[in-house]
Design a protein around this ligand. Structure first.
Ligand code: RB5
Length: 140
């Protein structure tokens, strides 16, 4: 059973709950890095912990905040992390094919639950194409 790491701040807490339920229905094991309520919580703390564990474990991660931007900025500071802020399914597909994205970032205040689930499904089910795209990834 594939394991997905997931985390949010308060701005992404409700969407995170929906995505966790969705992932469990699809039989993924889910590790929740918090936060665990809609009380204000600083997104860098969650994003740093999850990014580190994506590097250590090789599992994919999903980070959610209000816009998806804060968590993506933090996660992308870690070498080996390729965090993609997605608000549409085309980007979700292409960022797996061409960027080998290992963290998906979503914004609860931007993207509705239905679209967010589609983005997650496509992102999880699209393979990296490798080849010239691997050469490019190896440049950074
Ligand atoms: C929290 O209000 C908000 O700033 C945060 O969730 C996120 O959108 C930051 O980028």
């Amino acid at each position: 059973m594939a394991k997905i790491l997931i985390g949010s701040d308060h701005g992404g807490y409700n969407l995170k709950r929906e995505i966790i339920e969705h992932l469990r229905m699809l039989d993924y094991a889910v590790e929740d890095f918090g936060c665990h309520s809609s009380e204000a919580y600083d997104y860098p703390l969650i994003a740093k912990a999850l990014a580190q564990e994506v590097i250590n474990s090789g599992n994919k991660g999903i980070l959610i905040c209000g816009t998806g931007v804060g968590v993506s900025i933090v996660a992308n500071r870690f070498k080996g992390i390729r965090a993609s802020h997605c608000t549409d399914t085309f980007t979700a597909r292409m960022t797996r094919k061409h960027n080998d994205s290992n963290i998906l970032c979503l914004g609860e205040r931007i993207t509705g639950v239905g679209l967010a689930k589609d983005i997650v499904d496509i992102w999880l089910n699209t393979e990296f194409e490798g080849g010239r795209h691997k050469t490019r990834i190896d440049m950074y």
